[in-house]
Design a binder for this molecule. Structure first.
Ligand SMILES: [Zn+2]
Length: 84
C-alpha cells in the first residue's frame, strides 16, 4: 500500500488510508542511486522501483502541489520547492 505506484494509480484515497500509509512509512527501495543514504539526507524522499525515480512522499500522500516530484518522478537532481 505504501508504494509510489499505489499512490500514483489511486487518486481517490481516503483519509484513513492516507493515515495508514503515513504510519507504514515511506518506501525506500534500492534504485540506481547511491544506496539509501539519499533517503536519510532528504526525509521527504521516497522511491519507486518500477519507475526507478524519486518522489516526494509527503506530497504524494497528503496531496501536495503537483510537480515532477509527484507526477513522473525525479532522478535526484533539482530542488523540490513549495512552488515547483
Ligand atoms: Zn513534496
Amino acid at each position: 500500500m505504501n508504494s509510489v505506484d499505489f499512490l500514483l494509480t489511486n487518486k481517490d484515497i481516503t483519509y484513513e488510508i492516507r493515515t495508514e500509509i503515513k504510519r507504514l512509512g515511506k518506501p525506500i527501495p534500492d534504485l540506481i542511486f547511491p544506496k539509501q543514504t539519499i533517503y536519510d539526507r532528504f526525509k521527504w524522499l521516497c522511491g519507486c522501483p518500477k519507475r526507478n525515480k524519486l518522489f516526494c512522499f509527503v506530497c504524494l500522500v497528503m496531496g501536495g502541489n503537483q510537480s515532477a516530484w509527484t507526477l513522473e518522478g525525479c532522478l535526484g537532481k533539482g530542488r523540490h520547492k513549495a512552488t515547483d
